[in-house]
Design a protein around this ligand. Structure first.
Ligand code: GLC
Ligand code: MG
Length: 423
């Protein structure tokens, strides 16, 4: 269930809408700051878990609309569906477990007696989740009456109200908190409990995440009233839960710093002219390089020869760059091209980020790094599967990587289950 060999250093379990994703920020600045922090410092030894109310259908939609990273585990449909890895392999054990004292036909029969309940779209009706819309004024009364009638019909359910509008009915053992407890138990059995876990949320369906024992928690600054009320009633003395002063993903970064869980300075918050061009972590190296490309094209760094000279010094003179179109060229020609394109994206919506950075140390000073390089220009997004061969120079003054070889392939960035199998 996990691509790491041992225990994760940090496991982040985050809600998506209005927690990881700020729908009021069209430039996705906080999310991009989080992404570079994660790929530079955490991806190689930590776990990213998304826990969302969305069904698989509208989760995939969101991934197309927003620069979300690929998580290691996804908990969807308010903790009723768990999948692992890029292939989104479902946890069958969890499905089985949720069948206890659950019958969605009985739920729909009973809810039909409340005309105030409006069915949500078909995509959001799932095997272990029945969802409606209902206004705040009516919600409490309906929840009470429904709970009683479903108990009478022999079911054990959980009714959750979120965002002052959405009402979900789930099996009693489901929900984001129960799903996280289940995952933690599995890790424990494997002897791979994450060293630290932090949960992040903004609304009612996130509340039970904050009740899971021994986790840190952050309610983002823009949290809904129903979550803040739950916290005031149930957890206000827990020092491991904070209400951030920053919105969404910026609140998550703030919490990492607040609890001292690891690096919390996003490479996006660093002035590249001040930071060393060289580093000795492959993840950080990739994040920094592509951030530099973004800023160079947007003319947000100064056009100085010094930068170009430094770039030339880290690209191996005989190195090759295989362009996604299949054309092969010397690496230094790539730098020439970059030099000419200074400011091409000035004043435009243009972002570059990397996802799924993984690296293998082939020998004491050679690394093979693989990742998805994403580029967004206006509405258009494209992705290149990228492989870079790095060699570590053990300099007298500082250590740093030399880029030996770069190979890119166009990709839609989304790995699917229905790829042809040539085995
Ligand atoms: C998401 C789901 C919806 C659910 C809501 C609150 O928006 O799409 O079905 O009711 O989360 O949990
Ligand atoms: Mg939310």
């Amino acid at each position: 269930m996990n691509r790491l060999d041992g225990s994760a250093r940090l496991m982040i379990v985050s809600d998506l809408d209005y927690t990881m994703v700020d729908h009021d920020d069209p430039e996705n600045l906080a999310l991009l700051r989080f992404n570079s922090l994660w790929e530079a410092y955490y991806r190689h030894d930590s776990l990213l878990v998304f826990s969302t109310g969305r069904s698989p259908t509208i989760y995939k939609q969101l991934r197309k609309e927003k620069p979300l990273l690929t998580p290691d585990i996804i908990v969807m449909s308010v903790g009723t569906e768990i999948t692992y890895g890029e292939l989104m392999v479902p946890d069958e054990g969890w499905k089985q477990f949720l069948n206890q004292k659950w019958d969605r036909n009985i739920v729909t029969e009973e809810t039909a007696k409340f005309p105030e309940l409006t069915f949500q779209s078909e995509t959001e009706q799932r095997p272990h989740k029945v969802s409606f819309f209902v206004g705040k004024e009516k919600a409490l009364k309906i929840i009470k009456a429904l709970s009683e009638s479903l108990v009478k019909r022999g079911l054990e359910v959980k009714i959750i109200y979120s965002g002052g509008i959405a009402l979900d009915i789930l099996p009693r053992g489901a929900g984001k908190g129960c799903a996280l407890a289940y995952l933690l138990k599995k890790f424990e059995v494997d002897g791979r409990l994450p060293a630290n876990t932090i949960v992040c949320g903004d609304s009612g369906n996130d509340a039970e995440l904050f009740g899971v024992p021994e986790v840190y928690g952050v309610m983002v600054s823009n949290a809904q009233e129903e979550l803040l009320q739950w916290h005031a009633d149930n957890a206000k003395d827990n020092p491991n839960i904070i209400h951030a002063t920053e919105r969404c993903a910026a609140g998550i970064i703030q919490a990492i710093g607040n609890f001292g869980l690891g690096p919390n300075l996003s490479p996006r918050d660093v002035d590249l002219s001040e930071c060393k061009m060289n580093s000795s972590s492959p993840g950080y190296e990739m994040v920094k390089f592509y951030l530099f490309c973004e800023r160079w094209l947007r003319a947000e760094v100064e056009k100085s020869d010094q930068y170009m000279q430094r770039l030339r010094s880290v690209f191996y003179p005989l190195g090759i760059f295989v362009h996604p179109s299949g054309v092969e060229q010397p690496l230094h020609r790539f730098i020439d091209a970059m030099e000419r394109s200074y400011g091409d994206k000035q004043g435009k919506q243009y972002f570059v980020w990397v996802d799924r950075v993984s690296s293998a140390q082939i020998s004491p000073d050679i690394w093979l790094v693989k990742f998805d390089k994403w580029e967004q220009s206006g509405e258009e997004q494209r992705c290149c599967l990228t492989t870079v061969l790095l060699s570590l120079k053990q300099g007298e003054v500082q250590n740093g990587f030399t880029w030996m070889h770069v190979h890119q392939t166009w990709s839609d960035g989304l790995v699917t289950n229905d790829q042809t199998n040539f085995d």
